[in-house]
Design a binder for this molecule. Structure first.
Ligand SMILES: [Zn+2]
Length: 264
């Protein structure tokens, strides 16, 4: 029963559809890929970490996290980031969620889906491995697809540390002196909870830099665990779902590399 109560619902949608604006047309994200993410996220059990009880304020968030697929343009211009994936805690100046607050009232992750970018990264990896690329295809694919799971881990860690108090409410409570911990502390768990280090040993961070590193390590590991769990229920790979054909990309890439094809 306790476990059921802590289960987190993941809502997967296209950012520009859920939060439309005149500046961001609907991106060219294949339905198959949206389906891929929905299948993946419905296949994993996402629970909050055991509560680190440090306040008794009422939570103001549902146990729900949005995973938003978006275009590169939306990430850059609306979410004001050049990242591939983002766990959104501070409201961008464009106020895409219409909350009108400095920090957000709900946890959301955004992930860029840009076929040309994915293809360029795939070709770069293929060139590094040369003819052996098919052996390593699963690794390129994992590195690509894992971003969403990594960002989800950041959201889950925040929720677990804030005890489902939203970033905006947590910032207010810190400002008013009710919360000892600020958003950085809550995001990383600094002073709130120990996290496993690279060797799996639980560690309390000794300073902010260590807290940041521990947070990233945890998110990396947790993201990978969820990705592997999700893959058990998938019939398609990420590249297939995105409509990429690695063989064709390799052939085209090799043709470009061939000096006899030089047009100059
Ligand atoms: Zn991260």
């Amino acid at each position: 029963m306790e476990r059921m109560q802590s289960r987190i619902r993941i809502v997967v949608d296209i950012f520009e559809r859920r939060y439309p604006s005149e500046f961001t047309p609907l991106p060219d994200i294949p339905d198959g890929l949206l389906h891929w993410y929905r299948t993946a996220f419905s296949a994993i059990n996402v629970d909050a970490l055991p509560p680190a009880t440090w306040h008794d304020c009422e939570p103001d968030m549902d146990r729900e996290i949005e995973l938003l697929l978006c275009s590169r343009q939306a990430m850059n211009d609306v979410l004001e980031s050049d990242a591939l994936g983002l766990c959104i805690l501070t409201t961008p100046d464009t106020d895409p969620f219409g909350e009108g607050t400095e920090h957000v009232g709900k946890l959301r992750c955004a992930v860029v889906i840009d076929q040309a970018e994915v293809e360029a990264r795939l070709l770069e990896e293929m060139r590094k491995d040369g003819e052996n690329w098919p052996t390593f295809l699963w690794k390129y694919e994992e590195a690509e697809a894992i971003t969403a799971f990594h960002e989800l881990a950041h959201s889950v860690l925040f929720a677990s540390n804030s005890l489902w108090v939203s970033p905006q409410a947590a910032a207010n409570l810190h400002e008013s002196g009710s919360f000892n911990y600020d958003l950085f502390d809550i995001k990383t768990g600094y002073g709130i909870r120990a996290l496993p280090d690279e060797g799996g040993v639980l560690r309390d961070a000794e300073d902010a830099d260590a807290a940041y590193d521990l947070m990233e390590e945890w998110c990396e590991l947790q993201g990978r665990l969820w990705y592997c769990e999700a893959m058990a229920g998938q019939t398609l790979g990420f590249y297939d779902a995105l409509g990429l054909d690695p063989d064709a990309i390799w052939q085209r890439g090799v043709a470009v590399d061939d000096p006899s094809n030089c047009q100059i």
